[in-house]
Ligand binder design. Structure first.
Ligand SMILES: CC(C)(COP(=O)(O)OP(=O)(O)OC[C@H]1O[C@@H](n2cnc3c(N)ncnc32)[C@H](O)[C@@H]1OP(=O)(O)O)[C@@H](O)C(=O)NCCC(=O)NCCS
Length: 164
């Protein structure tokens, strides 16, 4: 038995989840960012450790948005992540990743559902995701879960460096 933090309340709770019982989704508030970066590496999710994915920034994000920063675990092994954000108008699904060894078993769907629940608790009525057009796996995933593409929108960004 291990003590974990509830992702809705931030309070400690007791988890009895074991590898045999399947995965457990919980806040990343106490997680080491390096383990999350390792997961993204395994999942083939591009990341920028010298920019927006720097360890100190991730640690701050996990603590600040503890209800929106979620990990999927089998025992103590991190097998999935989602870092949702709330920009005040919309909720965003970012950094959804599942370890390749655990895919097509519903882990991504359960992470998405928990992130959607947390955003709904914050009053968000629109939830959006940015997906690169080559990422057919992810495009199918989101469309099968009620997200619709907008072919009339172009993503624009302004950066202070290529690392950002
Ligand atoms: C997208 C991702 C998170 C899905 O995780 P998952 O645990 O496999 O998701 P689930 O098992 O809940 O759902 C899988 C669904 O995704 C879609 N999907 C996944 N792989 C697919 C493929 N090769 N072809 C078509 N659809 C696919 C299907 O809708 C599938 O549902 P099904 O198994 O019922 O057919 C995972 O593939 C991943 O980590 N990809 C790499 C990281 C990434 O690109 N993240 C998205 C960034 S926006």
């Amino acid at each position: 038995m291990q003590t974990e933090r509830d992702f809705h309340t931030g309070e400690s709770m007791t988890s009895e989840t074991s590898a045999e019982e399947g995965e457990d989704i919980r806040s990343l508030a106490d997680e080491e960012p390096e383990r999350v970066l390792d997961l993204w590496e395994r999942a083939g999710l591009p990341h920028r450790p010298r920019g927006r994915d720097a360890v100190h920034g991730l640690r701050e994000q996990f603590a600040r948005d503890s209800d929106l920063s979620l990990g999927a675990y089998v025992g103590r092994t991190l097998i999935g992540s989602v870092l949702a954000t709330d920009d005040g108008r919309k909720g965003w699904i970012n950094r959804l990743a599942v370890d390749p060894d655990y895919r097509r078993a519903g882990v991504g769907s359960r992470l998405l559902a928990e992130a959607e629940r947390a955003l709904a608790k914050r009053g968000k009525r629109i939830i959006a995701a940015l997906v690169e057009d080559w990422n057919e796996e992810s495009l199918s995933f989101f469309q099968a879960r009620g997200y619709r593409p907008h072919d009339d929108i172009t993503y624009l960004s302004k950066r202070d460096s290529e690392e950002a």
